[in-house]
Design a protein around this ligand. Structure first.
Ligand SMILES: NC(=O)c1ccc[n+]([C@@H]2O[C@H](COP(=O)([O-])OP(=O)(O)OC[C@H]3O[C@@H](n4cnc5c(N)ncnc54)[C@H](OP(=O)(O)O)[C@@H]3O)[C@@H](O)[C@H]2O)c1
Length: 267
């Protein structure tokens, strides 16, 4: 493979950390090194580093927090990626950027890349703005929509379930919201294939669909099903946010990935 200079932004996040493991020779910038909401800083840093490829894993990912802080959400998830795209376009770099299943409203069961987004929460709106800003500002992008992430380097659903299971006799988990859990290490490993894809939007997740309750039951033993109506959250969640991946080789089933994750976290 041709040697390329890669820059990873959001390098200390859950996905960013696994990307750093897979691409150890990259230049890595954390939030402390670069604030993507600062347009001048973004353009100066990317211009100075002059990479061939930028991978942006930085985002404001607290879905309920976005409802309370919409301005921050739009700055980080919407305008920030636009500044990165502007900088990439100026120096002729490729961009890989991560978006979300939450750009869809869940009124359809399954979503392909050409389906029209219609977010139902601030996080989804802000991530959709990020997609639009990238497309406006450059041509050589890959926007990768992903869902329900779990990985070693971040607080995630698997860890929440393990903690709640220790703290409580039974754990109520929503059984009427469906999606595709995805292991960050599998996505990170897939990056070498993603880089070679034609510019465009891609849906990439682990294989297999489940409800949060089914996902939880694969992790702990004391799960009790409940409805999303019984478990209100600040941000509305789509009922179905199943991303269909027809454009790349499918990844392994989430249950296999979960086994590997559980082994890794206990190692
Ligand atoms: N987690 C999921 O289930 C999920 C689902 C679908 C899509 N995604 C997308 O996948 C990508 C990776 O998600 P993740 O779960 O790995 O996120 P994460 O663990 O929350 O990491 C995000 C990183 O972005 C950094 N960051 C936040 N604001 C920033 C700013 N203004 N400038 C620079 N860096 C900033 C954070 O740093 P600090 O913590 O220091 O602020 C953190 O290191 C994101 O684009 C996310 O929207 C995630």
């Amino acid at each position: 493979m041709k040697i390329i200079k890669t820059l990873i932004i959001g390098a200390s996040g859950m996905l960013g950390s696994d990307l750093c493991k897979v691409l150890p020779d990259s230049v890595k910038l954390t939030h402390r090194d670069l604030d993507i909401t600062d347009r001048e800083q973004v353009i100066e840093s990317i211009g100075r580093i002059d990479p061939d490829l930028v991978i942006n894993a930085a985002a404001y990912t607290n879905v309920d927090g976005c409802e309370d802080n919409p301005e921050l959400a739009f700055q980080v998830n919407g305008f920030g990626p636009g500044y990165i795209a502007e900088a990439c376009s100026t120096i002729g770099a490729k961009l890989v950027h991560f978006s979300t299943d939450y750009v869809f409203d869940g009124s359809k069961k399954e979503y392909v890349e050409s389906d029209i987004p219609n977010p139902i929460n601030v996080y989804g709106h802000s991530k959709l703005l990020g997609e639009k800003k990238i497309i406006e500002n450059m041509d050589d992008y890959r926007i990768v929509r992903i869902s329900w992430l779990f990985g070693i380097h971040g607080e995630n659903f698997v860890e929440t379930m393990l903690r709640l299971s220790r703290e409580m006799d039974t754990v109520k988990v929503v059984h009427n919201q469906f999606g595709k859990p995805t292991y960050t290490m599998d996505l990170a490993t897939k990056i070498k294939e993603i880089i070679e894809l034609d510019p465009g939007i891609y849906h990439i997740t682990n294989d297999g669909v489940c409800s949060w309750c089914e996902f939880a039951s694969s992790i702990i033993d004391n799960v009790i099903p409940c409805t999303s109506e019984e478990f209100p959250r600040k941000a509305k969640r789509p009922k179905y946010s199943v991303l269909i991946n027809n454009k790349t080789e499918p990844m392994r089933h989430w249950k296999e990935a979960l086994k590997v994750y559980l082994k890794e976290r206990n190692a």
